[in-house]
Design a protein around this ligand. Structure first.
Ligand code: NAP
Ligand code: G4F
Length: 352
């Protein structure tokens, strides 16, 4: 049987690396778009990165395609050459706060990027199946306490607005040009491979460094925001399942539970033998380790956003029904996975 060929855009990121491992196990030939950089940016995929460009001798490894979502020419050349069966667009400037600082760049990559890919699919090989990584951030501060596929979008950051454009572009190409194009509307998902400046990874690494006396305090922003945190490795399997359905469609993926940033600090602290209690209010609030009476958490307004989404909670029942999938990793387990792996990474002087 001929092997299926997938192109993953954003392969060096958290999700791209898990998806690549999964597709390789499924016997796919996997090509991955890697941005050119002056320093290696492939830490998360080095263990599965081929040294060969040849599909035959790549031997269950990823073939690197240098590329960038900012360039139509580049995207078209890659698609024309490798003619994939499936494209997973996970590439993005994915940090919400950063999007307020570089809105134009964020729109270019996050909103126009999907358009560039879909236009290339339409013109080069319209039977390619396309998956767009959409975001729960599109719901913003919603009037609905629980969000699903029918909840109105209310994007409140440049990132969310750009993702909303990407979402609609995907639907337009599905409806107007009959392309198999689906949106996976993902609520927050974390793992040891999460980028260092997202709050979960920052808390885990920061608290370990406080424990190891490498730093005195961990500085955070809004402690009260609630997120529906799932495990990234599980969500990547869903992406593949969505492209195996008979019809393209849009699905929310979430755990249907949510916790605050404060809860995450306490849970990660517990794994590290801290007992964190809170004193003070607003920017003067501190997190203190009850066992030593030392302050470990401080607030730095630098981490506040011009507008923050206060609560996200997903209802993924449509997905559960369509592919019989349910999340397996609880919040507590996720925190433990992240803490245990981070201790090992720090010991080995490694960053994912
Ligand atoms: P991530 O770790 O930040 O990875 C983003 C990937 O996009 C990286 O491979 C990055 O390359 C690549 N990228 C950035 N700019 C690019 C450009 N101009 N051209 C090509 N590639 C570019 O994100 P993630 O957590 O894996 O998330 C995957 C996708 O899902 C993203 O689109 C994100 O917006 C979306 N999403 C994530 C979550 C979540 O909770 N994780 C929730 C909803 C939606 P470098 O490694 O070179 O930076
Ligand atoms: O970890 P975060 O930066 O994730 P955020 O903004 O929810 O975005 C993530 O999830 C989206 C899906 O809903 C994705 F689309 C997006 O790509 C990304 O993966 O922040 C989570 C919460 C926010 O309310 C933030 O204000 O944590 C709060 N927070 C508090 N202190 C902090 C910090 N966030 C960061 N990054 N750093 C802090 O020091």
């Amino acid at each position: 049987m001929t092997k299926k060929r997938a192109l993953i855009i954003g392969i060096t990121g958290q999700d791209g690396s898990y998806l690549a491992e999964f597709l390789i196990k499924k016997n796919y030939i996997v090509h991955g778009m890697v941005r050119r950089s002056s320093m290696p940016n492939t830490q998360r995929i080095d263990h599965i990165l081929s040294t060969s460009r040849d599909e035959e001798s790549s031997n269950k490894k990823i073939i690197r395609e240098y590329g960038d979502l900012s360039s139509s020419e580049n995207i078209q050349n890659i698609i024309r050459r490798i003619k994939p069966d499936e494209i997973y667009n996970l590439g993005a400037q994915s940090h919400v706060k950063v999007s307020f600082e570089i809105p134009e760049y964020t729109y270019d990559i996050v909103a126009v990027g999907p358009l560039r890919v879909l236009e290339a699919i339409k013109n080069i090989k319209p039977n390619i199946k396309y998956l767009q990584a959409s975001s729960s951030e599109m719901f913003g501060n919603s009037e609905n306490n629980i969000q699903n596929e029918n909840t109105q979008f209310n994007p409140e950051s440049p990132y969310a607005s750009a993702k909303t454009l990407g979402y609609w572009t995907t639907r337009n190409y599905r409806d107007n040009f009959k392309i198999f194009a689906s949106n996976v509307i993902m609520f927050n998902h974390e793992s040891p491979r999460r980028g260092l400046n997202f709050v979960t990874k920052k808390i885990v690494r920061g608290l370990i460094e406080v424990k190891n006396k490498k730093r005195k305090y961990l500085y955070l922003g809004n402690l009260n925001a609630k997120r529906d945190w799932g495990y990234a490795k599980e969500y990547c399997e869903v992406m593949w399942k969505m492209l195996q359905l008979k019809k393209a469609d849009d699905f929310v993926i979430a755990t249907n539970t949510h916790y605050s940033v404060r809860d995450f600090v306490e849970a990660a602290g517990k794994e590290l033998n801290f007992e964190i209690i809170w004193k003070g209010k607003g920017t003067k609030e501190v997190g203190i380790d009850k066992k030593t009476n030392k302050t470990v958490i401080k607030i730095d307004p630098y981490y506040f956003r011009p507008n923050d989404v206060q609560s996200l909670l997903g209802d993924a029942s449509k997905l559960y029904k369509a592919i019989k999938w349910k999340p397996k990793t609880s919040f507590k387990k996720l925190v433990k996975i992240m803490v245990d792996k981070e201790i090992e990474l720090i010991k080995n002087n490694k960053i994912y």
